[in-house]
Design a protein around this ligand. Structure first.
Ligand code: PEP
Length: 255
């Protein structure tokens, strides 16, 4: 049985005051929501402040990126130990913006993934095809390659703890969403791949989020698909109303 997991990726948005205010609004409503895990992933400079604000509530904290290294001369980087120190439970890895803007490869994501799991944090590994790849009929190949490369060397136990996020690049921040059928097709294929690599018991435990312009008005249909176990939400996570509407859609389905 998989628990729905809704995570807000704030990217490089909000400042200290608006972050804390948003988290307070979320906490107020989440006290009455059960059966859904919910996290926010603020910019790293606000992790500590947001972590202090949400402490003791059901709302969880995640980071948007991390270094694979434990410590040392890595200017500008942040380690898993530092993230744990400020109360993080999750780390997003291999978001398409990191892959395209900062050159992150599957091998780099894989190195970070091993560091994250070793540190006892929960990774959210993002995969997804571009529009050109979808139009060329390469979605399955691309997503399978990203999964295989990013997840290399995991044990079944580690795989079961890893969250995946299928985020078609053409749907991120564009207002275009994969149809529920398009998303489900990829999610089911990812689960098949995991089943062949780690066995059905492990594959059935893995939470696979969908991401790409998830909003109040499309969340219920997407989350109603059998292999969609939550959402990684960008734009709609920046306002309490729109993010909570997605959380409520998940709670109403109660898989
Ligand atoms: C994301 O950043 O992971 C994302 C899915 O963004 P948006 O919801 O804005 O498309």
């Amino acid at each position: 049985m998989r628990t729905f997991f809704i995570a807000g990726n704030w990217k490089m948005n909000l400042i200290r005051e608006s972050s804390v205010s948003l988290v307070r609004q979320l906490m107020e409503t989440l006290t009455s929501v059960s059966g859904v895990d919910v996290a926010v992933c603020p910019p790293s400079v606000y992790l500590q402040e947001v972590g202090n604000t949400l402490r003791g509530s059901s709302l969880r904290l995640g980071a948007q990126n991390v270094s694979a290294a434990a410590e040392g001369a890595f200017t500008g980087e942040i380690s898993c130990g530092m993230l744990k120190d400020v109360g993080c439970q999750y780390v997003i890895l291999g978001h398409s913006e990191r892959r395209t803007l900062y050159g992150e490869t599957d091998a780099m994501v894989n190195e970070k993934l091993h560091a994250v799991l070793k540190a006892g944090l929960i990774p959210i590994v993002c995969v997804g095809e571009t529009l050109a790849q979808r139009e060329a009929g390469e979605t399955q190949k691309v997503v399978r390659e990203q999964c295989t490369g990013s997840l290399a060397g995991l044990t079944g136990e580690q795989m079961a703890k890893t969250v995946l996020a299928y985020e078609p690049v053409w749907a991120i921040g564009t207002g275009k969403t994969a149809s529920p059928a398009q998303a489900e097709e990829v999610h089911a294929d990812i689960r098949d791949l995991l089943s062949s690599q780690f066995g059905a018991a492990v594959a059935n435990q893995v939470v696979i989020q969908y991401g790409g312009s998830v909003k109040a008005d499309n969340a219920a249909e997407l989350l109603g698909q059998p292999n969609i176990d939550g959402a990684l939400v960008g734009g709609a996570s920046l306002k309490a109303d729109s993010f909570l509407a997605i959380v409520h859609a998940a709670a109403a389905i109660r898989k």
